[in-house]
Design a protein around this ligand. Structure first.
Ligand SMILES: *Cc1c(COP(=O)(O)O)cnc(C)c1O
Length: 486
């Protein structure tokens, strides 16, 4: 029997209450037991789809049927990011306070497009992001807004850089304008692909993203940056932005922000700092130095949904020049005109999206539940675990570290005696695949300076030494098996 009266309205509240209590009980149990699931999903492409009806139901179905299908059909297709032995990419976590915030956000369903459409959405966002700024030890004068991802935050930064360059692209576009020089953007050869996507989407063109070579510790070379900009200016190009990274994706190397700011200033370039993963580490007093120089930049992105225990999605875009960001995006159709004072912040003016989820609530709850010391302690512990794992790799014959351990990521690989690069790549790919297929730990890989490298990234709130030990045991077991088979 369908439980909803088909005539009108939502389900009866009792139906929600029963199902929601069951769901909350399940989540609590899941997070305590997540180590019992295989970390990486074992399904093949199309398996989940094949288990799902091709057509929507004609009549409403009961909520408990959906919860049953969630367990039987959906869960097998989940890779468990909340598993404490998830070490791939950059590990993240949904903490209990963050989940609670998400639930309440869904319940309210407030849309913070304008201040008046939910004053608390705008004001809590401003206050929470100012708290986060203070936690990271940044100076005053930063304006923050929450976006879905670092990719969008970086897109906003480069849109503002293009606006500041002064060619009125906003009005005139970039085509059929012989007077427009080539706009140029600079980042390290190890920078994240989100910068590539932003220059593509903004019409700057992929060819105009200049990838600056890095030093032997994978940091952007300031001398090469200065030379590249000078060459471009001599060629008649227009440098508009430099994007140093604090915590690159492959190795968590840290670009020289102080020098990048100094060089960029000479040419009037916008400086956007990509600290999507690494920025929150500055909450730890002894890691505060990571953000040295950032107060001289124009914008910064950090992702609480990466290493700050906040559920997906929650990225923070800070800028010292909200006026230019606003200039790049603001429009006011009549139906959005309100009578609030001019200085009222309407967040729709600072980006592409109109409607805005109440994402600040979950971040606020995370910051309050753990506090400055609790957050710092957890991030510090992840860095310690990374150093402990690096120690195990370093002292084990046949294995090597391939990058310095700056934060909570370890880059390493097995080097069989006499093996060339191709063999090393093949052996390590086989080791990783074997570990990941067994399901007790999950790692990913990268290539640094042409060298195939495994990555173990620590960042889940439930990860402790026992999970790191499991990963190391799995890796050594897989290495022995792969070498026997060679
Ligand atoms: C993860 C990451 C990004 C992209 O983050 P999204 O929020 O997934 O867009 C960008 N830059 C760096 C350095 C990252 O680590």
């Amino acid at each position: 029997m369908p439980i909803a009266d088909s005539s009108a309205g939502d389900l009866p509240p009792e139906a929600f209450r029963t199902a929601a209590h069951a769901a909350v009980d399940w989540i609590a149990e899941y997070l305590e037991q997540s180590a019992h699931y295989p970390v990486r999903s074992r399904v093949q492409p199309g398996d989940i789809r094949a288990m799902l009806p091709a057509h929507p139901p004609a009549q409403g179905e009961p909520l408990d049927a959906m919860l049953q299908d969630f367990h039987a059909t959906i869960l097998p297709g989940i890779t468990h990011w909340n598993h404490p032995a998830f070490f791939a990419y950059f590990a993240n976590s949904a903490s209990y306070p963050g989940i609670l915030g998400e639930l309440l956000t869904a319940g309210l369903n407030a849309n913070g497009m304008l201040w008046i459409t939910s004053p608390a959405v705008t004001e809590l966002e401003q206050v929470t992001l100012d708290w986060l700024r203070q936690l990271m030890g940044l100076g005053d004068g930063w304006f923050g807004q929450i976006t879905d991802t670092a990719s969008v935050s970086t897109f906003y930064a480069l849109a503002a850089a293009r606006e500041r360059a002064g060619y009125d692209v906003r009005t005139k576009g970039m085509t059929a304008r012989p007077e427009l020089p080539r706009l140029r953007v600079y980042c390290s050869e190890h920078a994240h692909s989100s910068i590539d996507k932003a220059v593509i989407a903004l019409g700057i063109g992929h060819e105009n993203l200049v990838k600056i070579p890095a030093d032997d510790q994978f940091r952007m070379r300031a001398d090469a940056l200065a030379a590249a900009i000078a060459d471009d200016v001599a060629a008649g190009f227009k440098p508009i932005a430099v994007v140093p990274c604090i915590g690159t994706t492959s190795t968590t190397s840290v670009d020289p922000v102080v020098e990048a700011v100094r060089i960029a200033r000479e040419y009037g370039c916008w400086v956007h700092v990509d600290a999507a993963y690494g920025g929150v580490a500055a909450i730890v007093p002894e890691l505060r130095y990571l953000l040295d120089g950032v107060d001289g930049a124009d914008s910064l992105v950090v992702n609480p949904h990466k290493w700050l225990f906040t559920p997906m999605d929650c990225s923070v875009f800070y800028t010292r020049d909200p006026h230019t960001v606003k200039q790049a995006f603001a429009l006011l159709p009549e139906y959005l005109v309100t009578s609030t004072p001019d200085e009222t912040i309407n967040l729709m003016d600072y980006g592409i999206q109109l409607g805005r989820r109440f994402r600040a609530l979950k971040l606020w709850m995370v910051l309050r539940a753990f506090g400055r010391e609790g957050l710092a302690e957890r991030i510090r512990r992840h860095c310690e675990l990374a150093r402990e794992f690096a120690g195990m790799v370093h002292f084990e014959g046949g294995w090597e570290l391939t990058a310095p351990v700056t934060l909570s990521l370890v880059c390493f690989r097995l080097v069989p005696p006499g093996a060339d690069e191709d063999t090393i790549a093949r052996v390590n790919a086989a080791i990783m695949e074997r570990v990941n297929a067994r399901g007790h730990a999950y790692l990913s890989h990268t290539k640094v300076a042409g060298r195939y490298t495994l990555r173990l990234a620590i960042g889940n709130i439930r990860t402790d030494r026992s999970h790191v030990d499991v990963a190391w045991r799995e890796l050594r077991g897989a290495a022995a098996a792969v070498q026997r088979a060679e």
